[in-house]
Design a protein around this ligand. Structure first.
Ligand SMILES: Cc1ncc(COP(=O)(O)O)c(C=O)c1O
Length: 270
């Protein structure tokens, strides 16, 4: 018989939550404009920066990981902007689908289950200098494949393009050197490696990305207002209980990258 309190999910997320997270979420309702919530936001901003390996701007949005991806695409690109989507699985394919709503995408396909090849990315960027941005899915959950993010970032940076990364099942599970690698926008979902409740997304942005954010095609998921709001501890009416849950989860997290890599290896072999 199904027992919600004694269940092991064999999923990339949602996953079982630490009792500390459950306790944080059962706290009484908070005024999300009040001084107590501002304190939570200050701490949360620092924890999220630490998670991403950045000293730069971050945002937290109500909505699943997809809302975070959409906020990055709609805030950084415009309809006429050419974007190169690196596709080698279901989620990178989906990234390409919604880039089509906000920008002008071109697909560079790789065999599913095989990593993207940075040399082919360089060749594509040289062939079409009008491309302004590149997207990649760091950990392609559909095939269990981790793409070589540092190498892709190096090539994209050498060609002076923006790099937008779906890190929904990577951030928190894999070592992240956002500032060092030169990624421009990286998105994580709360229900995956962070082991928090579903329904929140966080985005890290480079300085260059923050400077080019616009507000022409988004309102509730407007990344510019979320970045500025979190820096001033003044958010949109976001999911307050989720914020306390994600704070509890981040505070409970250790550096479990090696353990995570071991478990991933066992799962891939199974
Ligand atoms: C790599 C990747 N991208 C995007 C998503 C969609 O995330 P969400 O369901 O949080 O919107 C998932 C969900 O599993 C994923 O694994």
């Amino acid at each position: 018989m199904y027992d919600a309190e004694d269940t092991v999910f064999l999923l990339p997320g949602p996953v079982k939550m630490h009792p500390r997270v459950l306790r944080a979420m059962s706290a009484p309702a908070l005024n999300h404009r009040g001084p107590e919530f501002k304190e939570i936001l200050t701490e949360l901003r620092e924890l999220v920066q630490y998670l991403f390996g950045t000293r730069g701007d971050v945002a937290i949005l109500s909505g699943s990981g997809t809302a975070g991806l959409e906020s990055a695409v709609s805030g950084l690109l415009r309809r006429q902007d050419k974007v190169l989507n690196l596709v080698n699985g279901k989620f990178s394919e989906r990234f390409n689908e919604f880039c089509g709503v906000f920008a002008t995408p071109t697909v560079l396909t790789f065999e599913w289950g095989r990593p993207v090849d940075p040399q082919r990315v360089a060749a594509a960027l040289e062939e079409d200098p009008a491309i302004q941005a590149v997207t990649v899915c760091w950990n392609e959950t559909s095939t269990g494949l981790t793409n070589p993010i540092a190498e892709v970032a190096k090539v994209v940076k050498e060609h002076d393009k923006l790099l937008l990364v779906d890190g929904i099942t990577a951030v928190g599970g894999l070592e992240d050197h956002f500032d060092e690698w030169g990624i421009d926008a990286l998105v994580v979902g709360s229900q995956k490696c962070i082991a928090a409740p579903a329904g929140l997304a966080a985005v890290a942005l480079s300085k260059r990305a923050v400077e080019s954010l616009h507000s022409e095609t988004s309102f509730y998921t407007n990344l510019k207002s979320h970045v500025e709001g979190l820096a001033k501890q003044d958010t949109l009416p976001d999911l307050a209980a989720g914020f306390t849950g994600i704070e509890g989860a981040l505070a409970a997290m250790g550096h479990e990258f090696e353990r995570g890599a071991g478990v991933a290896e066992i799962a891939r072999r199974a």
